[in-house]
Design a protein around this ligand. Structure first.
Ligand SMILES: Cc1ncc(COP(=O)(O)O)c(C=O)c1O
Length: 386
């Protein structure tokens, strides 16, 4: 009998299925289950975006594109960010279209990381970075933000920088906490990071889901432009998770190297999706703010219900998650999520899925219908009372 595991990449064997998927897969088996795990807008993709893709298919625009993506789409990406945030990336050399932000993260990290490198991540943080860092033989170094309102303290972050530090990953608005960064914190981070030779990977995929102030991008700071790689995409802003369109923006010489990794793993992003993306960026710029009106109502409802139950949280100003503490229940976050699912058929994500610094919390996604949220919160309330 051949040992099929022999010879497999040790690091691949060590990767775990993220907590989000574990709970999402379990709740999918329950006919009356409510899934509050996945960060996926429940709005349909805008009609004219769908029509653009159908038209592209009808016109046989179904082949490969330039490896970096259609120039026309890169121009639309450039115009969108210029218009919204006033910063400029050159479509011909500084923008890469990827298969979702996930592939952008993967190609970027694999283009820059070497064995033994360290990557600093303020935590709790989205679970999509750690496996890629691990596969590259690099090491995540976490900055605990649970004592500072989930906002990274710039000096504490600086104290983690060593000569092995290759990059810092910053994801704001944050998955899982919903925290956004105020101007003074960004100024401080930029001041400190610009002094060090480290890459800044800013995953700003939730920029359009900023509910109280206009999002501030790290790309607005000329001091870090040479070291900044911006990760973005349409999954969240335009309810296009399944279309797999992401963007990587950065200085031309870096994009050139990331492009080589990207073309070797996927050649290019799906062409009909690229045509749909042009439509979204050019003609659906108001779609995110329309969705935000709904998200704000849902967020406020979830916060008020949880607060009444005695569960408290940092006020989330962006993304579509609340991250309440469940320490008062005496349960670990995994016990809480497991029991809630078993007894009440509601799936949430245990905070420790976002590193050990998320222990004592759960993540609830309110990218779900109000009807489901009401029913789920009724069940959570009765679970807590029991
Ligand atoms: C912070 C963050 N970055 C990236 C992604 C992946 O986005 P995409 O669907 O575009 O690959 C997610 C998805 O949940 C996310 O939360």
């Amino acid at each position: 009998m051949i040992n099929l595991h022999k010879g497999l990449n040790e690091r691949a064997l060590e990767i775990n299925v993220p907590g989000i998927r574990v709970f999402a897969n379990k709740v999918a088996l329950l006919s009356d289950g409510i899934n509050l795990t996945i960060g996926e807008p429940n709005f349909p993709t805008p009609d004219r975006v769908k029509t653009a893709a159908i038209t592209a298919i009808t016109r046989n625009q179904t082949g490969y594109s330039h490896n970096a993506g259609l120039l026309e789409l890169r121009e639309s990406v450039s115009r969108f960010f210029q218009h919204k945030y006033g910063f400029h990336y050159d479509p011909s050399s500084e923008i890469l279209i990827t298969n979702g932000a996930s592939e952008g993260i993967d190609s970027t990290l694999r283009a820059i990381l070497e064995e033994g490198d360290e990557v600093i991540l303020p935590a709790p943080i989205y679970s999509g970075y750690e496996p890629v860092i691990h596969l590259a033989g690099a090491k995540p170094v976490y900055l605990n933000t649970s004592k500072t309102g989930f906002v990274p303290d710039a000096l504490a972050l600086e104290s983690l920088i060593t000569e092995r530090t290759k990059a810092v990953i910053l994801n704001y608005p944050s998955n899982p906490t919903g925290v956004t960064l105020p101007r003074d914190v960004m100024d401080k981070l930029v001041e400190i990071l610009s002094k060090h030779k480290v890459f800044i990977i800013a995953d700003e995929i939730y920029s359009e889901n900023s509910y109280e102030e206009q999002h501030i991008s790290f790309a607005e700071y000329p001091a870090v432009r040479d070291q900044l790689i911006l990760i973005h995409g349409l999954s969240k802003s335009h309810s296009m998770t399944g279309w797999r369109i992401g963007f990587v923006m950065g200085p031309a010489h870096l994009i050139g190297h990331i492009l080589k990794v990207h073309l070797s793993n996927s050649i290019c992003a799906s062409l009909p999706s690229q045509h749909a993306a042009i439509e979204a960026l050019e003609y659906c710029r108001d779609v995110p703010s329309e969705m935000n009106k709904e998200y704000i109502q849902r967020r406020d409802y979830v916060i008020s219900r949880l607060t009444t139950m005695g569960l408290h949280m940092i006020h989330p100003k962006g993304a579509f998650y609340v991250f309440p503490s469940i320490k008062s229940t005496g349960l670990s976050s995994n016990e809480f999520a497991t029991k809630l699912l078993d007894k009440k058929h509601v799936a949430v994500v245990p905070g420790d899925s976002f590193t050990e610094f998320g222990e004592g919390y759960i993540r609830i996604s309110y990218a779900n219908s109000m009807e489901n949220l009401i029913s789920a919160l009724d069940r959570i309330e009765s679970f807590i009372h029991e």
